[in-house]
Every structure is written in C-alpha cells, then in structure tokens.
Write a protein that binds this ligand. Structure first.
Ligand SMILES: [Zn+2]
Ligand SMILES: [Zn+2]
Ligand SMILES: [Zn+2]
Ligand SMILES: [Zn+2]
Ligand SMILES: [Zn+2]
Ligand SMILES: [Zn+2]
Ligand SMILES: [Zn+2]
Length: 472
C-alpha cells in the first residue's frame, strides 16, 4: 500500500547533523512529494538479528580448537567439566547426557554430575584464546547466508574472555543509516558505526534540496525532480519573457504576445491567424468584414434552429397521427344498429311518435316518426327522421355518419324499404333531424305486404360513424 508519509521521513532529518555535501533541511517543508512505503517500522539496530558465526569458526588460530572441543556438541568448551578419565564436555552438555544415562559418553565410566570435576587449566586456556569479534565479518540478516571476513571490518584479535566487553563498544558494529526507514533488506542501509558519517555524506537517500523550489527530497530523486521542477526558470522562446517551467504553457496559451492565435471571430468564419499583440489591430481594421461574418454565422444558426424546430414539429405530427389511429382503433365501435318496434300501429292516432333515446360518441339520439306525414303534402306517408338531442349536444364536437332508415318487411326481409343518408350532426341551420318525409306510403303498411305483423311495425336504424371531430 502506497501513501504519503512525509512526517516519518522528516523525522530522520532532525537526527542528522548537517555535513558539507548536503544542505540543511529548511525549517518549513514545502508540499510533501515523497511517497514511501507505509507501515514501516523504525528499526532499532540493537534488535537486529544479525547472523553471528560460532566461536570455533572465529578463532584466530583454528588449529588449536581440537584440544578444547566438547565431546558432545563439538563446539568450543563452555564451562568445561571432565570425567575421572579426563574427558571434557561443556557443563550443560554433560548434564543433559547424565540425565539420560549416568556414564561418560566417551569412556563409558560411571559418572554423576557431582562426580565430575572442573578443569581450571582448560578454562584458563580457553579464556586466553584469540578470537575475531563478530564485526570482523560482513553483516547479514539472511539466515541462509554466512558472514564472510571483511577487510573493512574490525581487525582486533580479542581474548575470548574480553569478547563481550569488546563487542559492546566495537566501532565496527553495525547501525542503521538514518536515511533508511524500511526493515526490508533491500532498502535498509546497515553501516559500520565508524563509517556512518562518511556514509551519510554519500548516502543516495540523504536529504537534498531542489535549487529551484527548495523542496527537500532524497538525493537519488533530485536530478529527475530538478529536470521537471515547475519552478525551473525558463525563457519563452517567442517573446523572451523569463518565466517558470510550470507556467510556460499557460503563458503561451493565454499571455504570450508573440504567439500566433486565431482571430476572435474565427468561430464566425474569419480564417485569419495573427500574433496576439496584433489581434486588436486586426479586429479594428476588419470591422465590416467581421460584422458580415457575424451576420452570416447568425443566419446559419437561425437556419439550423429552424431546421431543428421543423424536425421536432414533424415528429410531433407523426406522434399525433399515431395517437389518433390508436384512438380510432380503441373506438372500434363505429357501427350501431337500433331497432324500434311499434306495436298496435294502426290504432295509434298520434301525429308523432318517438323512440327511446340511445347514445354514442357522446351524442344522444332518437327516431322520430310522423305516422301521417309531417306536412300536408306527405299526409299519406310515414315521415321518419333520425334526430340528435339538441339539448345535450357535446361542446365543439361534430359527428359525420352514413346511416340507413329501414322499414322492415317482416315476411320477406329482402323486400324491406331502405333509405340511405349521409349527414354531419349537428346539422347547420336545418333542424336537428335528417330522414325521409315520404319514407313509405301508408297503403303499404298491411299484414299481407309483410310491413306489419301482429299489428306491429318495425323500424331499423343502421349507423356507420365516419368521423368525429372537435372544433377548437
Ligand atoms: Zn558441549
Ligand atoms: Zn570419560
Ligand atoms: Zn571489534
Ligand atoms: Zn544510507
Ligand atoms: Zn524543485
Ligand atoms: Zn512568450
Ligand atoms: Zn478576423
């Protein structure tokens, strides 16, 4: 996981005493730019688990080691004890061995821990053995690697009894370079104490300051940073203005007087490009031409708007037609049939008979029958009309119909009297009904003719609605 952890990084700087080859960190640090690995622990070099060679591998005169080797662990004797026959073992090694079997592992004589004796001579001999301190060798944290003698390391030959004291203060012991902060082997600088000062002066991670923006960054990133530093002074090669690398693009785009730019009327058609410093001059000198460009471009825009508007209108028309068709298909009932049976026809002496009302498309209708005609001339005929109810007319709406008035021949339907009409209701200026004044003569209404059966006359109205429209 990567993140900005500048604070940790700078904490190291405070520990560093300023040297000659790197400048002191500024008191106020500029914007943090260093990205390092997060979750790093500060490593205490005391806790480093450096690989250390065994004592017998560090003897200055290894050939002497045979005489002082433990018969059990084969290492240099530690706190040597001997059996009655003089066989030597580390105190701890023989103690463990006796716990299992009370005999000397070499001569098999019977021993207990108490029967063993100390060997002062051997002890003295071992104490005076010369040994290389652990900082005579290269440092490694890798358990698979063996430290190697290092010509740069500690050259002291120390008596084994003084080793601990020596190693505690050895100038060649290892410490962590304060500019490294990772405990992963790769990023970690292990430096000998006596060489730390020199190392810090040369460390690739030592703090360095950009000479342009004064940001403090690791030395090994300085070069790249300086090459791209936004505060690097730069001269505009067009107008020779001194500016900074980070501002040159803005300068050229917005300010440079010697940058060639399109005329401000380019969007309206002026094809000229001029130096920025000459723009005003160009505009002033071509005043009329620019107005013409402007006019033309506005006309063009207007035409485009109109086209757009017309396209929208067309789409709307289509939509309306579509909806109209949908509406028509919904009002599929454009055909109506009404039958009116008039019983006891001959006994009716009234001048006018009216059917029950019926309705469709919001209009109310009825059939009107004048059994003795509706004027003097038609006295011998039945006058039959289809009426629209003028009292309940829907507002601003008209309906166009084909309709037939049929006087049904109840014996031979094919001989029925059929009158066909085409009319738009409400009828403009000619009353509310439409039909035939002389639909059928009264003489024909007989039982024999079939137009009257059981004294009943049957009228039928067949209507085909053609169109309904609203007048807005
Ligand atoms: Zn041993
Ligand atoms: Zn023995
Ligand atoms: Zn040493
Ligand atoms: Zn370093
Ligand atoms: Zn910089
Ligand atoms: Zn410039
Ligand atoms: Zn122009």
């Amino acid at each position: 996981m990567l993140g900005r952890v500048t604070i940790q990084f700078f904490r190291f700087f405070q520990k560093v005493s300023p040297g000659d080859s790197y400048p002191e960190a500024p008191v106020e640090f500029p914007e943090p730019t260093i990205i390092i690995k997060e979750e790093l622990e500060m490593v205490d070099p005391q806790k480093l688990e450096l690989r250390v060679l065994a004592t017998e591998d560090r003897l200055v005169h290894p050939e002497k080691s045979k005489e002082i080797t433990c018969g059990i662990c084969l290492g240099v004797l530690e706190d040597p004890m001997q059996c009655s026959n003089g066989h030597l073992f580390c105190a701890e090694c023989i103690r463990v061995s006796i716990a299992q079997k009370e005999q000397c592992p070499q001569c098999r004589c019977r021993v207990t821990f108490d029967s063993l004796s100390r060997s002062l001579f051997v002890r003295q001999y071992i104490s005076n053995l010369l040994i290389h301190c652990q900082y005579h060798y290269t440092a490694t944290l890798d358990p698979d690697q063996t430290p190697q003698p290092d010509p740069e390391g500690c050259a002291a030959q120390v008596k084994l009894c003084d080793l601990e004291q020596h190693e505690r203060v050895c100038e060649y012991s290892f410490t962590r370079c304060p500019f490294t902060y990772s405990n992963s082997h790769k990023d970690f600088h292990l430096v000998r104490k006596c060489k730390l000062e020199t190392h810090q002066k040369e460390c690739v991670l030592r703090p360095a300051i950009c000479r342009y923006c004064e940001i403090c960054i690791p030395f090994n990133t300085l070069l790249k940073h300086e090459q791209n530093c936004p505060r690097m002074p730069i001269v505009c090669d067009k107008c020779k203005l001194e500016t900074f690398k980070g501002e040159i693009v803005t300068h050229i785009e917005n300010d440079c007087e010697y940058q060639t730019i399109p005329c401000p009327f380019s969007a309206h058609g002026c094809p000229i490009t001029v130096l920025r410093k000459d723009v005003n001059d160009h505009v002033a000198k071509n005043y009329v031409q620019h107005l013409l460009y402007l006019q033309k471009s506005h006309d063009h825009q207007l035409a485009q708007q109109r086209q757009k508007f017309e396209r929208a209108l067309e789409i709307n028309h289509k939509e309306i037609n579509h909806l109209r068709k949908q509406l028509q298909s919904k009002n599929n009932d454009t055909k109506f049939s009404v039958q009116w049976t008039i019983p006891g026809f001959l006994s009716k002496k009234m001048k006018y008979l009216q059917s029950d009302p019926f309705s469709f498309y919001g209009f109310n209708w009825f059939i009107g029958l004048y059994p003795f005609g509706d004027n003097r001339e038609s006295g011998n005929y039945l006058s039959i009309y289809m009426f629209v109810d003028s009292k309940t007319l829907p507002k601003s709406k008209s309906i166009t119909l084909d309709f037939t008035i049929k006087v049904v021949n109840q014996l031979t339907p094919s001989s029925s009297v059929v009158k066909q009409f085409h009319m738009t209701f409400p009828i403009q200026g000619q009353g509310q009904g439409w039909g035939d004044r002389k639909a059928i003569s009264r003489d024909q209404i007989t039982a024999e003719s079939g137009f009257m059966l059981n004294n009943a006359v049957v009228l039928e109205l067949d209507i085909q609605v053609l169109n309904v429209s609203w007048v807005l």
